[in-house]
Design a binder for this molecule. Structure first.
Ligand SMILES: [Zn+2]
Ligand SMILES: [Zn+2]
Length: 261
């Protein structure tokens, strides 16, 4: 019974996070101010309502999996005793508390990059990853639009975190909130970083909405989530990334004319 109550609580949390955050971005960029941000649009291809519905449908399945997997590992007697969750921040101190966040982002980016590349293997793609790629021009609702098996793989990072090193519940809460916001930005369809960001010392290593949008459009290249370390190191960054980033942030153009495919 404890399992079902906790499952329902987490389902509400993960679900409301999805609908509130994706909903706010959708309202701002697709309803209220879509004309104002038109020069920031990455692709001109129009979305259909059926795209939004498919993205929301698969996201709800993902929300169920992202609730069930953590609750399963945190409540059953076989795994729960081995988790590394701690209750008082003072146990490891504030320095550790803060320091672990960048570590979590780097680890998750690495996990995501390699799982993502693996799922692009021809033998795995149709089964695991095609659902996510049905959004060739993703919207904020696509952030969790995964096949249930892909959602299960993506939930692996949570499992890793709760067994690998000490984590406070606030680590998990804050990290997955920030993860989700960045994920929505990645699928936004609009670029938010300033012009020439991609050429700056920091911007060269930060993943952008343009990069992930290109991944959805062309089905290859740009496999990272938060960073470009792996893409640059493994030579998987799209060759025309700089050019597309410049087009999507060129405030001179009222209408971007990026390949609609
Ligand atoms: Zn992909
Ligand atoms: Zn995506």
């Amino acid at each position: 019974m404890n399992y079902w109550k906790k499952l329902l609580d987490l389902f509400y949390l993960v679900g409301s996070r999805y609908f509130i955050i994706a909903g706010i971005f959708f309202l701002i960029f697709y309803i209220l101010f879509s004309a104002k941000f038109s020069n920031r649009r990455i692709q001109q291809k129009k979305h259909k309502n059926s795209d939004y519905l498919r993205e929301i449908f698969y996201s709800i399945l993902t929300i169920i999996i992202f609730s069930a997997v953590p609750v399963f590992f945190l409540t059953n007697n076989l795994t729960q005793p081995y988790t590394t969750i701690y209750k008082k921040i003072s146990e490891y101190g504030w320095v550790y508390f803060v320091f672990i966040f960048p570590v979590m982002f780097i680890l998750h980016d690495t996990y995501f990059y390699w799982c993502h590349r693996l799922m692009h293997h021809p033998k795995l793609f149709n089964l695991l990853h095609l659902t996510h790629h049905k959004s060739t021009n993703p919207s904020p609702w696509a952030a969790y639009s995964f096949h249930p098996l892909e959602a299960l793989i993506e939930s692996g990072i949570f499992i890793f975190f709760i067994f690998a090193f000490p984590v406070h519940p606030l680590h998990l809460l804050i990290f997955f909130l920030l993860m989700f916001i960045y994920n929505v930005y990645g699928h936004l369809g609009y670029e938010l970083y300033p012009k020439n960001f991609h050429k700056t010392l920091i911007g060269k290593w930060i993943n952008t909405s343009v990069a992930h949008n290109m991944h959805h459009q062309y089905f290859k290249g740009n496999y990272g989530l938060y960073f470009m370390f792996w893409d640059r190191m493994m030579g998987t960054l799209s060759q025309n990334y700089d050019q597309q980033f410049e087009k999507s942030t060129n405030t001179q153009n009222q209408q971007n004319t990026i390949n609609e495919k």
